[in-house]
Design a protein around this ligand. Structure first.
Ligand SMILES: [Zn+2]
Ligand SMILES: [Zn+2]
Length: 359
């Protein structure tokens, strides 16, 4: 079968015939999503990327939907499914209980990233245990459920941290809680939409003006946009946040300025993967974290329940925010288009929210 393969730590990718030994339900891949992690691997920049043992290559891709080719477990021939991308180490209790997002050994494997073939290929075989049903209603945007699953888990974690206090508002909702999402990439936008659909008041920022497409999305979903190119001093003096999610992967020096924007008992969630800089925290910054009961939490990787939650949210968003739902997939590339593929695999395209590869 044809596959998009990589050979980390070398850069580059190939579209070629491969043989891969697998067991499980046979699935024909329909679409893959591309994200920053795929591009880091293709550019030879992800040091944790490693092919599966026994193979001199790795099929890329951790975002996929496919068609089930045979009745199997709870699935019927013709069902559309999405495979879960991280698999447990087989040793620690969290992994054995289906939560490799909290793997204790670090020996988990991850499709198309670490020690497991990814989903950018014509066919996969997989156990029904790792497959999530795609509601037919959202077939066109279902590829977003993989990145969204990470955010469903992240929000669950934030709410679990905030279980330490009364964090709902006097009307029982989160409407009085003000969240700032830093970054307007796919993750930033999906996180802002998720928080909005849970009732939070949401501001999203970038170091430039919003594009026309972003403005359409933010306007329909009721999200405020802030241009932070001159820092956050331009916010209203009392505009502080109960939650800040760093989703841009900016230089680490951004972090101290975000800490100063947090209210008492607030959470700083780190999702973006910073690759440069230093966060210089003063003793006053540390005193503030203590005195204000600030939580800083690392956010990564959703599991099967979060994929299911992501599917439900996408169904809901399609009805609540039709314009948003039509705007999130910004480009489709035929896998056989050599020029198109080499254009999208190495770098993010201007205006891109989500690019998908169609088989
Ligand atoms: Zn990804
Ligand atoms: Zn584990």
């Amino acid at each position: 079968m044809k596959a998009i393969t990589v050979n980390p730590p070398l850069n580059g990718f190939e579209y070629r015939d491969v043989d891969i030994e697998e067991k499980g339900t046979r699935i024909r891949i329909l679409e893959n999503g591309i994200c920053g992690t795929d591009r880091e691997i293709v550019n030879g920049q992800l040091s944790s990327a490693v092919p599966p043992s026994g193979y001199g290559f790795m099929a890329l891709g951790h975002e996929a939907i496919g068609e089930v080719l045979e009745d199997s477990g709870p699935f019927r021939k013709g069902d559309i499914v999405m495979p879960v991308n991280r698999r447990g180490c087989g040793k620690c209790l969290n992994c054995l209980l289906g939560r490799p997002d909290f793997c204790e050994t670090g020996d988990f494997i991850e499709a198309g990233i670490k020690g497991m073939h990814g989903f950018m290929r014509q066919y996969i075989r997989d156990s029904p245990e790792y497959l999530v049903l795609v509601p037919p209603d959202i077939r066109d945007i279902a590829i977003l459920a993989q990145p969204l699953s990470d955010l469903e888990k992240s929000l669950e974690e934030i709410l679990s941290v905030q279980g330490r206090l009364y964090w709902k508002c006097s009307d029982g909702t989160y409407g009085c809680r003000h969240a700032l999402v830093v970054g307007t990439g796919a993750i930033g936008i999906l996180f802002a939409l998720l928080l909005r659909s849970r009732g939070f008041s949401v501001t999203i920022s970038n170091v430039r003006d919003a594009t026309g497409l972003e403005a359409t999305i933010f306007s329909e979903a009721g999200i405020a946009f802030f241009n932070s190119s001159l820092g956050y001093a331009g916010l209203k003096p009392n505009d502080k946040f109960d939650l800040i999610v760093e989703a841009s992967g900016s230089d680490a020096s951004l972090i101290p300025s975000l800490l100063s924007l947090l209210k008492n008992n607030a959470v700083l969630g780190l999702f973006g993967f910073s690759r440069s800089g230093m966060a210089n925290l003063t003793s006053i910054d540390l005193q503030n974290i203590v005195y204000k009961s600030i939580s800083v939490v690392g956010l990564i990787n959703g599991q099967k329940p979060h994929f299911e939650a992501a599917m439900r949210d996408l169904v809901q968003w399609k009805h609540m925010w039709p314009e948003v739902s039509r705007s999130l997939i910004t480009r489709e590339i035929d896998v056989n288009s050599i020029s198109g593929m080499s254009e999208v695999m190495y770098r993010k395209m201007p205006g891109e929210i989500k690019t998908k590869i169609v088989w």
